[in-house]
Design a binder for this molecule. Structure first.
Ligand SMILES: Nc1ncnc2c1ncn2[C@@H]1O[C@H](COP(=O)(O)OP(=O)(O)OP(=O)(O)O)[C@@H](O)[C@H]1O
Length: 246
């Protein structure tokens, strides 16, 4: 659900300043800077290979980088990924981090964090199908069901910010629509940084939009402003006007 622009809380959840990341000789991120606000959905758009996943991975300490990353005012540099996650940052990767040989229940149990009480009621209220499929091996489920499980794992505990990488990729249009409805419920109470290539999904969910191109932020602003320039956005994303998915 889009936050009411007049009710937005001040301050920042995540702040990146002059982020550079390299893989071997390749300069992947070339000075990425942006801020996400509480109770907002920030969507990162961009063509394949522009550095969207690398941005999320840098935040999680999974990629070598320089520059400043602050989460709730705290610098993340030097922290291990498990320490970053415990600060209240959840990650739903593009490749759906489910263990194929394990059941749904086992996958969920492995996502429980020591010392915290998992909220199974919330997870099963959002994904009743997962309750019915508790005993099913994840590898035998469809892509959409595995995506639900991946998201459910991240929702077992409260988070300040969820980083979600292309959740609708490869899903049939009907599933995309169901998934977006679920994401709307989630985004009503958690800040989200969402990588998405589907413009229709971005239009439904985003409060704030960033567009990356060749490792740089080339658009940054309220969704209604950035997405209003339809032809420019389509050019940056390399999509034709009659190819918008729903
Ligand atoms: N481990 C790696 N080894 C080699 N190249 C990498 C590695 N990780 C990222 N890259 C390269 O860095 C660039 C940015 O990759 P990244 O995955 O961040 O892009 P993306 O915008 O998320 O793309 P997509 O939409 O296709 O997922 C790409 O050219 C990619 O090939």
């Amino acid at each position: 659900m889009k936050a009411d622009p007049h009710q937005r809380a001040p301050g920042s959840v995540l702040s990146l300043r002059d982020l550079h990341a390299y893989v071997g000789q390749s300069h992947i991120l070339q000075g990425v800077s942006f801020t996400t606000r509480p109770a907002q959905v920030t969507v990162i758009l961009g063509r394949n290979g522009v550095g969207k996943t690398s941005t999320l991975k840098s935040v999680l300490g999974l990629m070598n980088h320089t520059g400043v990353i602050e989460f709730d005012g705290r610098r993340l540099s030097g922290l291990e990924t498990h320490e970053i996650v415990r600060l209240g940052l959840a990650y739903v990767p593009e490749d759906r981090d489910v263990f194929h040989g394990l059941t749904v229940a086992e996958n969920l149990r492995l996502a429980e964090r020591r010392g915290l009480t998992p909220d199974y009621d919330r997870v099963f209220a959002l994904f009743p199908e997962l309750r019915d499929r508790r005993g099913q091996r994840a590898g035998t489920m469809s892509g959409g069901q595995q995506q639900m499980l991946s998201l459910a794992r991240a929702l077992l505990h409260d988070n300040r910010l969820m980083l979600i990488d292309e959740p609708t990729k490869g899903l049939a249009p009907r599933l995309v629509s169901e998934f977006v409805a679920t994401l709307e419920q989630i985004t009503a109470h958690t800040s989200v940084l969402l990588v998405e290539q589907n413009l229709a999904v971005a239009r439904r969910l985003a409060d704030h939009v960033l567009v990356l191109s060749e490792g740089r932020v080339v658009r940054d602003g309220p969704a209604e402003d950035v997405l209003a320039d339809d032809s420019s956005i389509r050019r940056l994303l390399g999509v034709a006007a009659d190819h918008e998915e729903s």
